[in-house]
Write a new protein. Structure first.
Lengths: 241, 239
């Protein structure tokens, strides 16, 4: 299997990522039990769900909307490292290892979560064997996920980097529509530029040309992937084989 | 001051499964398992193979490879005495996630998946410990990817050499020469930092001239860690 086939296989397979869908992998009884222990909370765009350095007092499950995960570097600029969405568990790492928050997580649109104390979450996991298994599977899936992004990203062209990141989102949050698998994410071009690690002009140019080719639809704070196959070609243009 | 994410990275202790067990638990595992020996360079387990056993490293050092989205096997970690290898499959009971190869001669305690799961199930802290180890691995991979996004190839190479040397320090037996030796080829280093072989060879040639490193066949001796630290620029999240 060459590299192109490998990513295509991931995108095509029915294997949904248990890390992204912790919530939907739970049984209806477990969902009800977890909801009963939780408070519903709504975050508006740019509101932080949690901040770096805070003690790990709570765990959240995203019910709708997306959020960006930010790390701070030495200059205190925020590096956008990933985007998370519906079904994602948030803050479970610190629940497990007891450390302080390592990242800041900020709502990208209207993000609705169930929020419960770390203690209640751990008790819930202890009392529900199946949910416990899902949590462990979600950890392993995260382990796979972080290692899936090639380390050689740094030495790739911006177009390849952007294509790979969008394909990653598609594999995690894509839904099947009449024209195939697609995903819409509420990211500004500024945020995409931060994520890809290039300036905004380059992102603007790339999105513009992909839009005119029908690969994407771009609206205010919204990017919709329409044609995964052609995006895949962009990711590996001149580097197949 | 806000704390850096993943400050200091994984300490050896976060992966030291064996050290975290009670003496009676170690005795128990030693009585049910058996010791296996692997020669330097041999494969302990291969990605995709059926997962039948879990290995606890008792002597030596192992490197772990995992396939990225392109199907390339990239070295992501080195694990040494006390670390458990091939344990994540105890959860999914699917094929092997990663490939493990012996760097030097390795002795490992072999347990069947059933024995290992049985042990974790019969101890309240067993699974919690496994989850902590798993989170440690994820954080480490995250950290590597973050660092590699904002650093240039020279910085990435310096950082990666220092990181791996640090990890090995905790694992090697006494031997001053060996302590500064990184048993990786230039090709492997290129894979780890996501750069081309020619880039790595060029950077190392420069460092060799300045007396920072000596290059050998399939290994690297570091003579000036301070210089490497300066080159890496000590990014804040490194602690």
């Amino acid at each position: 299997m060459n590299r192109y086939d490998y990513l295509a296989h991931i995108l095509d397979s029915d294997r949904t990522d248990p890390g992204a869908v912790f919530w939907t992998a739970l049984t209806p009884d477990e969902q009800q039990a977890l909801a009963d222990l939780s408070q519903e909370q709504l975050f508006h765009r740019d509101e932080p769900l949690m901040r770096i350095g805070e003690p790990p007092i709570c765990v959240m499950v995203i019910q709708s909307g997306f959020a960006k995960v930010l790390y701070s570097d030495a200059e205190r600029t925020d590096c956008l490292v990933t985007v998370i969405g519906p079904g994602n568990l948030v803050g479970e790492f610190e629940a497990i290892d007891g450390g302080r928050r390592r990242a800041t997580i900020v709502a990208l649109d209207e993000t609705r979560v169930y929020r419960l104390s770390t203690r209640k979450f751990l008790d819930f996991i202890e009392e529900h064997r199946h949910a416990d298994l899902i949590l462990k599977q979600s950890l392993i899936s995260r382990f796979r996920e972080v290692n899936r992004m090639p380390l050689s990203m740094a030495s790739r062209k911006p177009s390849q980097r952007l294509a790979l990141l969008l394909l990653d989102l598609l594999s995690r949050y894509g839904t099947d529509g009449p024209e195939g698998r697609c995903v819409t994410v509420p990211l500004t071009q500024e945020e995409i530029a931060n994520w890809v690690g290039v300036n905004r002009q380059i992102v603007n140019k790339l999105l513009g040309s992909w839009r005119s080719e029908g690969i994407l639809r771009v609206a205010l704070r919204q990017v919709t992937v329409l044609d995964a196959d052609r995006l895949l070609q962009q990711a590996y243009r001149r580097s197949i084989g | 001051m806000q704390p850096p994410p993943d400050a200091g990275g994984p300490s050896a202790s976060s992966f030291a499964f064996w050290e975290s067990l009670q003496p009676e638990d170690r005795d128990h595992l030693e009585s049910v398992g058996h010791l296996r020996r692997f020669q330097a360079g041999s494969i302990l387990m291969r990605s995709g193979d059926p997962a039948e056993e879990v290995l606890v490293v008792r002597k030596g050092v192992v490197r772990i490879y995992i396939a990225d989205a392109e199907g390339h096997e990239v070295m992501i970690n080195v694990l040494g005495v006390g670390a458990v290898v091939g344990s994540f499959e105890a959860v999914e009971q699917d094929g092997r996630i990663a490939t493990a190869q012996a760097i030097n001669d390795v002795v490992a305690l072999s347990l069947t998946i059933e024995q290992f799961v049985g042990f974790l199930n019969s101890h309240t802290e067993g699974w919690a410990l496994m989850c902590k180890i798993l989170v440690g691995h994820i954080r480490q991979s995250n950290r590597a990817r973050l660092a590699y996004r904002v650093l240039d190839a020279r910085q990435r190479l310096a950082l990666s050499i220092l990181d791996n040397l640090d990890a090995l320090q905790n694992y090697y037996d006494e031997s001053p020469e060996e302590k500064n030796t990184l048993p990786f080829s230039q090709n492997e280093l290129a894979g780890i930092i996501g750069a081309s072989l020619s880039t790595v060879a060029h950077i190392l040639a420069g460092w060799r001239k300045r007396g920072i490193v000596r290059t050998r066949k399939n290994s690297l001796v570091v003579d000036d860690t301070l210089a490497l630290r300066k080159i890496a620029g000590n990014p804040k999240w490194m602690g």
